[in-house]
Design a protein around this ligand. Structure first.
Ligand code: SAM
Length: 256
């Protein structure tokens, strides 16, 4: 398919939900010095320009990151500050740059992105700080795991362009758990009026994920009503992570 472009949604309310939770999770996983493997199935281009036509067209960034001034003392605020120090005040970090800002030299970052232009931009944005593959995210992560080091986190953030992707995402996570049982897995999913995420939640059921659903004011009758996160092998204290996420998005996200 590959018609989805994340630039239209970067920095919007759903991105804030995902990226603040990711940053809080990484901050907890990096307390211990032991190295981590960080992998993404669907990485995007990593660096977004909120001054560009895509952000202006949807207004999502204005309704999201445009409403808050992230505290640089928080993990997400640190990632925003790091990217803006390097690329200017209109820059916004996608998940790979959020991760790079919080990971340490001993950690390994491996990213999958299938779209040719997004993949090229991702390689430019990450430089030598990550291994970047132009491959199907599910196939590649399954082929490369369990990685070394074995302690690690996988972010699963598909574009859900076709309805079959919800059930396929759950099948992927179940297959991943068979190969790499100790992996922490964070799956993002949209809450749309058609309620298609039910297939994903049902498919993840045997893994007992911790879920967090944030309500988003829909832009129109077919628009996004909420943002969901499902965490498999959630580390101790993750409920506090979700509380910390909500505390940083007052007025943008609320419990659904
Ligand atoms: N994780 C990113 C972030 O938070 O900044 C956003 C990723 S975006 C929701 C999904 C990305 O997956 C798009 O860039 C799209 O090109 C890419 N993609 C679509 N199908 C793919 C596939 N089969 N394998 C890997 N990447 C794919």
């Amino acid at each position: 398919m590959l018609s989805y472009q994340h630039a239209y949604h970067a920095g919007g309310p759903a991105d804030l939900h995902k990226h603040i939770a990711l940053a809080e999770l990484l901050a907890r996983l990096t307390v211990k010095p032991r190295a981590l493997s960080y992998m993404e199935t669907h990485a995007g281009r990593a660096l977004y320009d909120l001054g560009g036509p895509e952000a202006a067209k949807t207004g999502e960034a204005a309704a999201g990151i445009g409403q808050i001034a992230p505290d640089p003392a928080t993990p997400f605020g640190h990632a925003i500050a790091a990217v803006r120090a390097e690329h200017g005040p209109a820059a916004y970090p996608g998940s790979p740059l959020v991760a790079r800002a919080l990971l340490r030299p001993q950690d390994r970052i491996t990213l999958m992105e299938l779209h040719p232009a997004e993949h090229a931009a991702l390689r430019d944005a990450m430089g030598t700080g990550a291994t970047v593959h132009r491959r199907d995210g599910f196939d590649a992560v399954l082929a490369l795991c369990p990685p070394t080091p074995r302690r690690g986190l996988v972010l699963v953030d598909p574009s859900y362009e076709v309805k079959e992707e919800y059930a396929a995402t759950a099948r992927f996570v179940r297959a991943l758990m068979l190969r790499w049982p100790e992996a922490v897995v964070m799956v993002w999913f949209p809450i749309l009026p058609a309620w298609r995420h039910a297939a994903l939640i049902e498919g993840l059921g045997p893994l007992s994920p911790l879920t967090d659903i944030a309500a988003i004011t829909p832009r129109d009758a077919r628009g996004l009503q909420g943002s969901g996160l499902a965490l498999v092998n959630a580390p101790h204290g993750m409920a506090a992570v979700f509380r910390a996420t909500r505390a940083q998005t007052d007025g943008i996200l609320r419990d659904a």
